[in-house]
Design a protein. Structure first.
Length: 227
């Protein structure tokens, strides 16, 4: 028999896959039937819907696999020297494919160049913070990398509604979501990945309220060792 936790997980994941698959199927059917008669802008909008759905499904698969490696198989961080420009460029390319009309600003300090960190964990953590910022806010999103007191800091800022005080501890657990997320895709894995990934790197993660509204997500990572 499947235990209740596994059954809940399978139900949530299957539900979350159903929506992007429906989007892909619908757009493909419309493009096949009418694409040759549509204006270019209309065709592009459906291609973007397909691309966004694929990004969502890929992120869900990656989060599920990574969380499984934390829980079942163990995970040993492998630090590599960070090259922040290309690192942020790849993240922003994926984020913009999910929300092509949104403004995402990035910055990094030269001192962060070469900082040894497990880049799979860092990429997964920042990607989930960016995804949350884009899903739950409507204004510009900012991401920056800097060195503070010999630690690597990554900050993702948005101007969304923020997080209710009673949700601040709970939402770091797998499958937990904050109030006001009804109708917004997600199964509650993103912040669990962030919390466990930063902990494995000897660091910490926090969601801080911003003056003027919104959230500033902060990752603070210890310097790893490159063998």
């Amino acid at each position: 028999m499947i235990d209740p936790a596994t059954a809940r997980f399978l139900s949530l994941v299957s539900h979350e896959f159903r929506t992007p698959l429906t989007v892909i199927q619908s757009s493909c059917d419309l493009l096949e039937s009418y694409g040759d008669r549509w204006e270019n802008d209309r065709r592009i909008s459906h291609y973007r819907r397909i691309q966004s759905a694929v990004v969502d499904m890929t992120a869900l698969l990656e989060n599920t696999a990574l969380l499984a490696s934390f829980d079942a198989m163990g995970y040993r961080p492998t630090p590599e020297r960070l090259v922040p420009g290309p690192f942020l460029g790849g993240l922003l390319e994926s984020a913009r494919s999910m929300a092509p009309d949104r403004t995402i600003e990035s910055s990094w300090e030269p001192e962060s160049m070469g900082f040894p960190v497990d880049q799979r964990l860092l990429q997964a953590s920042v990607a989930n913070l960016l995804s949350n910022a884009l899903r739950f806010s409507g204004g510009p999103v900012e991401v920056g990398i800097a060195i503070r007191d010999s630690r690597l800091e990554v900050r993702v800022r948005d101007r969304g509604p923020g997080i209710a005080e009673e949700d601040r501890d709970r939402i770091w657990q797998p499958f937990e979501r904050g109030a006001g997320t009804s109708g917004i895709p997600g199964v509650g894995l993103g912040l669990a990945i962030v919390a466990r990934g930063t902990a494995l790197c000897g660091g910490s993660a926090a969601l801080l309220p911003r003056d003027g509204g919104g959230i500033e997500a902060v990752l603070s990572l210890e310097q790893g060792v490159i063998e």
